[in-house]
Design a protein around this ligand. Structure first.
Ligand SMILES: [Zn+2]
Length: 378
């Protein structure tokens, strides 16, 4: 299909489905990261990089490559292997197609493009006998799209690096700050009764009505408080409600699912505490423990990783820009573990998760060149 080794690498990665089951218990061919992980493992080994493959969930591994150059500092390059589902795509998701300077297919943009650029940037430099200015850890991580398990596993098992770059489609810009997210359910409990005798029961949906009123007011108040200079205010949205069995039964249970976007530095305890306070005086509710909590992050503009990466991007693209993003990434986990990490990669987040996902091949090549320049001993 192409003789370009980087495009070939990306096409191979896209052709191996690695759809995240998103907690829906889906298994079998097409789901999970193990096949793409095996490909990455073989690719790194073929280029002389020692690897480890560790399951972070059953059958769902991280691949970690380590290149010890004897340097003082260690750079982490991480990109996730999983993709979102492909059922709603209007192009063949796993038969990568080259058209108009783009590669089409699920994961091409989010984030196998970054993974390919990182792998190729490092391995082409090694193949050419180039020297490294730092040690390099490459992680192809599992389960970013759902619960960030791969990154959590890596830091829980002692990952050490001086700085990191997390691959996501940023259009080759440096994202040095992004929000985090905490999601959890709030339940109200009542007492079931025949709807002809509502006074014999306690209506959990009415109770939830009071909770929702407070949540809405709290969400509105957040808009005017603690504005982050790059990210704006934190936010809260209630996205799912469930309750009631039938219209002739007074409901004994109602739940809502809440999505709270956090600013860097806000902890899960603080977030839950503030919402509890907002519900003070309303009775009958309880919180489930959060099913997702990933921290926001902010790396200072003058931090070495921003400076070095800016220099490499400017060398390849002419200029570098630094910005902030609203979405959460694995970088929140690495920053939380003390590894200053920014987000950078080829492609545009506007194409991520879409029905005809694609990546611009010029972007892809530029990203690989940036990585190569970044790690090269000049
Ligand atoms: Zn992604």
């Amino acid at each position: 299909m192409t003789s370009d080794p980087l495009v070939r690498l990306l096409a191979d990665l896209v052709a191996i489905p690695s759809v995240n089951p998103m907690g829906r218990g889906k298994t079998g061919p097409g789901y999970s990261e193990h096949e793409v992980a095996a490909y990455v493992d073989a690719y790194l080994r073929r280029h002389g990089v020692g690897t480890r493959v560790n399951d972070v969930l059953p059958g769902r591994p991280n691949v970690t490559g380590f290149i010890d150059s004897g340097a003082e500092k260690t750079l982490l390059l991480e990109a996730h292997c999983d993709t979102v589902q492909a059922e709603s795509m209007t192009i063949p998701p796993f038969s990568p197609e080259l058209r108009d300077g783009r590669l089409y297919g699920r994961g091409s943009c989010d984030t196998k493009g970054s993974l390919a650029a990182f792998l190729y940037g490092v391995c082409s430099h090694l193949d050419a006998g180039g020297r490294l200015r730092c040690n390099v850890i490459v992680i192809a991580a599992a389960d970013e799209e759902y619960q960030f398990t791969g990154a959590r596993h890596a830091v829980a098992h002692g990952l050490k690096a001086d700085f990191g770059i997390v691959g996501e489609p940023t259009r080759l810009r440096i994202v040095r700050a992004h929000k985090g997210v905490t999601r959890w359910r709030i339940a109200t409990r009542g007492v079931a009764a025949h709807s002809a005798y509502p006074e014999r029961g306690v209506n959990a949906i009415y109770a939830m009505g009071h909770v929702l009123d407070r949540l809405e007011r709290y969400g509105n108040a957040l808009r005017g408080s603690a504005i982050h200079p790059l990210l704006g205010p934190a936010s809260l949205s209630t996205g799912v409600i469930e309750g009631g069995e039938a219209v002739n039964i007074v409901p004994d249970r109602c739940t809502v699912e809440v999505d709270r976007r956090t600013l860097p530095g806000e902890t899960t305890e603080e977030v839950l505490g503030a919402v509890r306070s907002a519900l003070e005086g309303v009775s009958g509710w309880e919180f489930d423990p959060p099913h997702l909590a990933v921290a926001g992050m902010e790396v200072p503009e003058e931090s070495p990783v921003v400076r070095l990466l800016s220099g490499a991007i400017a060398g390849v693209c002419g200029e570098a820009s630094v910005e902030a993003a609203q979405y959460a990434t694995d970088a929140g986990i690495y920053n939380g573990a003390g590894i200053p990490s920014v987000v950078f990669g080829p492609g545009d987040i506007a194409q991520a998760h879409t029905a005809e996902e694609w990546i611009d091949l010029e972007d892809l090549h530029a990203a690989a060149a940036v990585v190569r320049s970044l790690i090269s001993q000049q």
